[in-house]
Design a protein around this ligand. Structure first.
Ligand code: FAD
Length: 298
C-alpha cells in the first residue's frame, strides 16, 4: 500500500512483511524506514531530515512480538517499549523490561521501538546498555531473503554498519534465568533522558557478572576487569551475597574504569583533579553500579 504525505515525504509505503519492507527499500533507494517515528519525525520536524520517501514498518507483524529459540528470546525489532515493559516480558528479560519502562513518557513508550532505539544509537538510548550487558545480537534482513547476525555492540561501536536496503529484523537475547537490574539517573524528577545508566546481569552458568554503563559515552561501556573481579568474589554455589564493602569497591572500580582520571601532563607534572561535573558523574556511576549489584544479589 502506498499513500501520499507531501509535507513529510513524497510517498509512504506500508509493507506487510519484513522481506516486502526490504524490497520496498531496494525499489526506492532514497526511502527511509520508519517504525514508531519518535526519533525520525523529531528529526523531520527539526528540519534535520527531509526523506524523499518512507517505508513504514508498523504493519510488519512478524517483528512486533517475540518467540523462544534455543535458550534465547528472539525479539522483533518492532516491539514497542510499552510492550516490553509488561509483566510477561519482565519475567523473561527483567533488565530490558526495566529499561523500556524508563524510556520517556507513555506516548513515546507506546510508539518507540527496540529497533529504532538501536539504529538511532543515542548515548542515552535506554535499551542499549542492557543489550550490551546481555551480549545480544541483531539479525539483519537484506535483499533476497538474506539474513546476517552481528553483535549489537558491533553496530553501536561502528565495527559493523547497516548496509543500504537492510533492516534490523530481530534481536537475539540469551535467557539467563537469573537476576538482572537496570538503573537510570536523569538528574530530574519524572521521565527524562539518562545522564548515566547501568545494566547488570548475573550469568550463573558462566559464573559471571556482566555490566554496561550507558549515556556517559557515545556507546555503552563494559568495565571488563571490574566484572571479572567481582565475578571471582561471588560464591556461585552458595549464598551469592557480598559484604557492603565489596559492593562499594565494585561501584568505585566500575566508575574509575568508565570515568577515568586525567593522564599526567607530558612534562611529568601531576594531572589536574577531575572537574566537579565529571567527579559528580563518576560518583553517580559508582552509586548506580553499587546499587545494581546489591539488588541483583539481594
Ligand atoms: C520526547 C522524547 C523522549 C524520549 N525519551 C527517551 C528515553 O527516555 N529513553 C530512550 O531510550 N529514548 C527516548 N527517546 C527516543 C526514542 O523514543 C527511542 O529511541 C525509540 O526507541 C525510537 O524508536 P522508533 O520506533 O520511534 O524509531 P523511529 O523514529 O521510527 O526510527 C529511528 C531510526 O531508526 C531507523 N529504524 C527504525 N526501525 C528500524 C529497523 N527495524 N531497521 C532499520 N532501521 C530502523 C529509522 O530509519 C530511523 O533512522 C525519546 C524520544 C522523544 C521524542
Amino acid at each position: 500500500m502506498t499513500t501520499h504525505a507531501p509535507q513529510a515525504a513524497q510517498s509512504v509505503t506500508l509493507p506487510g512483511t519484513l522481506d516486502e519492507a526490504v524490497a520496498a527499500l531496494a525499489a526506492t533507494p532514497a526511502a527511509v524506514p520508519v517504525a514508531g517515528g519518535t526519533d525520525l519525525m523529531a528529526a523531520v520536524n527539526a528540519g534535520l531530515l527531509r526523506p524523499a520517501a518512507l517505508v513504514g514498518l508498523g504493519r510488519v507483524n512478524e517483528i512486533r512480538g517475540w518467540q523462544y529459540q534455543d535458550g534465547h528470546a528472539l525479539l522483533g525489532a518492532g516491539l514497542t517499549h510499552a510492550r516490553m515493559g509488561r509483566p510477561d516480558f519482565a519475567a523473561l528479560i527483567p533488565a530490558l523490561a526495566a529499561s523500556a519502562r524508563a524510556a520517556g513518557p507513555p506516548q513515546i513508550r507506546n510508539a518507540g521501538t527496540l529497533g529504532g532505539n538501536i539504529v538511532t544509537a543515542a548515548p542515552s538510548g535506554d535499551t542499549l546498555p542492557v543489550l550490551a550487558a546481555l551480549d545480544a545480537n541483531v539479525i539483519i534482513a537484506g535483499p533476497g531473503g538474506a539474513r546476517r547476525e552481528v553483535p549489537v555492540s558491533h553496530l553501536l561501536t561502528g565495527m559493523e554498519m547497516l548496509r543500504g536496503g537492510e533492516l534490523i529484523g530481530y534481536v537475539r537475547v540469551p535467557l539467563l534465568h537469573a537476576p538482572q537490574v537496570f538503573l537510570k539517573a536523569t538528574g530530574r524528577t519524572g521521565p527524562g533522558r539518562a545522564i548515566a545508566s547501568v545494566a547488570l546481569v548475573l550469568d550463573p552458568a558462566r559464573r559471571g557478572v556482566r555490566c554496561a554503563i550507558g549515556a556517559i559515552a557515545p556507546m555503552p561501556l563494559r568495565p571488563l576487569d571490574a566484572e571479572a573481579w567481582v565475578g571471582s568474589l561471588i560464591d556461585w554455589d552458595g549464598a551469592r551475597s557480598l559484604a557492603p564493602e565489596a559492593l562499594t569497591a565494585f561501584g568505585d572500580y566500575v566508575a574509575a574504569a568508565c570515568v577515568p582520571d586525567q593522564p599526567p601532563a607530558e612534562d611529568g607534572t601531576e594531572a589536574p583533579p577531575l572537574p566537579p561535573g565529571v567527579l559528580h558523574l563518576r560518583r553517580t556511576v559508582a552509586a548506580l553500579a553499587r546499587r545494581a549489584l546489591g539488588r541483583a544479589l539481594s
